[in-house]
Design a binder for this molecule. Structure first.
Ligand code: PNS
Length: 163
């Protein structure tokens, strides 16, 4: 079975992430979206919430599974999941970061291969950080995230606004 892992923080999962997942699901027999349990980075959503939001967004993709991982990605890969890492690549600015991660992973686990999908032009400006920032300053994010993510983000802010 040709299985790939699509890792990320997904805080939150955007339409750009969904596009990479949908396209990845047509290339690999099975695609695991692996949500990083990230203790250092301050996340807006818990790992359970992030996983739930991804699950809702990919419910139409039967060969996509959602899992979480902690620590090194290569350790997760070595637990028998896969040797293929899938990442989306937006602009040139992503390249250095992605290049470093890919080479570090290759150094740590030479059997792993990183595959990049060039982000669809419709989503080339989208990032989780950008979505959070627009949201925090009251801008509309509906067009940037799957409906379930939008709903949960609104639920998150409504009690604060009413206070
Ligand atoms: O969505 P992100 O935050 O850009 O994803 C980054 C991610 C999760 C792919 C990367 O930080 C990662 O794999 N972290 C786990 C720790 C690890 O394996 N580090 C070694 C590679 S630098």
């Amino acid at each position: 079975m040709n299985r790939a892992v699509y890792p990320g923080s997904f805080d939150p999962f955007t339409n750009g992430h969904l596009d990479v997942t949908e396209r990845g699901a047509t290339i690999f027999d099975e695609l695991i979206v692996a949500v990083l349990i990230n203790s250092e980075k301050r996340a807006m959503f818990s790992v359970e919430e992030r996983q739930m939001m991804v699950r809702e967004a990919v419910v139409h993709l039967p060969n996509v599974k959602v899992m979480s991982f902690e620590g090194l990605l290569v350790d997760f890969m070595r637990q028998g999941r896969s040797r293929v890492i899938l990442r989306g690549l937006r602009a040139l600015s992503d390249f250095e970061y992605e290049f470093q991660i890919a080479q570090m992973n290759k150094q740590l686990a030479p059997e792993t291969e990183t595959f990049f999908l060039v982000t669809d032009a419709r989503y080339s400006y989208l990032s989780s950080r950008g979505v959070k920032e627009v949201f925090q300053f009251g801008g509309s994010i509906q067009e940037f995230v799957p409906p379930g993510v939008f709903r949960r983000m609104r639920e998150r802010i409504l009690p604060k606004k009413m206070a």
